[in-house]
Design a binder for this molecule. Structure first.
Ligand code: DG2
Length: 250
């Protein structure tokens, strides 16, 4: 039986999604298509009567703006907001700012897949003085230096995301709120892996489309009533999932 309701939303298409660049913690904005996707995401929520009572986002502009655009469309622009670096996209290390197609061509399919979708192989670290490093960024000053990433694999993301799930999101759900989490391809893959109990191997095949709300009804143990949840626009989601999978192969 459904006890709690959780809505996951990957941000709309970003400028670097469009350019096919590894983004990670680089704070790029939505493009026009992404803004439209966010608006449609909000319209889908409104049409289904899925009205969030509270929203959690990463500290990155593409997720923050997506939540604002979507909530505005759903007339829920006024709800409480919480943000955490723990919902940030996976730090993509030295790949941040690199072209996905070029990286695939340069390093080959196996290495590319290992970096992009293996559970426990992180890309090389990004130097603090590199162009796309977030080393001096004030918004991350609160993170103890031993926790501040310079690269991450999905396993690292699961480990830094789960404390936020238990300490911030679960308590909001437990109060009976419909909770919206607006985040990223890989930080949401980490959360879905946890919710659905997906194995380290199988999570490689799971991709999350931009801008389409994914609704989880949860039971009293915060486990999905229906594994995998439900996309509000399943056809669009299926097509977009294929596109994410094939990024790099232009
Ligand atoms: C993408 C995901 O993150 O890339 O960092 O490039 O969700 O913030 O656009 P997002 C990035 P892939 O792991 O799918 O290549």
């Amino acid at each position: 039986d459904t006890t709690y309701r959780l809505i996951l939303l990957r941000h709309g298409e970003s400028q670097w999604n469009q350019k096919n660049l590894f983004t990670g913690w680089v704070d790029v904005d939505l493009n026009e298509k992404g803004e439209k996707e966010a608006a449609r995401g909000g319209e889908l929520l409104l049409a289904e009567g899925l009205l969030p009572d509270v929203v959690h986002t990463s500290l990155l502009r593409r997720a923050i703006r997506t939540s604002q655009i979507a909530l505005d469309k759903a007339d829920r622009h006024w709800i409480p907001v919480r943000r955490s670096w723990r919902l940030n996209e996976r730090h993509y290390g030295a790949l941040q700012g690199k072209d996905k197609a070029q990286t695939l061509a340069e390093f080959g399919e196996d290495q590319f897949q290992l970096w992009r979708r293996s559970y426990d192989t992180p890309p090389p670290v990004l130097a603090d003085d590199a162009e796309y490093s977030q080393a001096g960024d004030a918004r991350y000053a609160e993170i103890p230096s031993e926790l501040r990433p310079a690269t991450e694999c999905l396993k690292d993301v699961v480990e830094r995301m789960l404390p936020y799930w238990y300490d911030a999101i679960v308590p909001d759900l437990a109060e009976g709120n419909t909770v919206l989490v607006t985040a990223h391809g890989n930080s949401l893959r980490a959360l879905v892996k946890h919710l659905d109990g997906i194995s380290d191997a199988d999570i490689a095949g799971l991709n999350i489309p931009t801008g389409i709300p994914l609704v989880y009804e949860l039971d009293a143990d915060f486990k999905p009533v229906t594994p995998g949840g439900r996309y509000l626009d399943p056809e669009a989601a299926a097509a977009a999932i294929e596109a994410v999978k094939n990024q790099g192969k232009k």
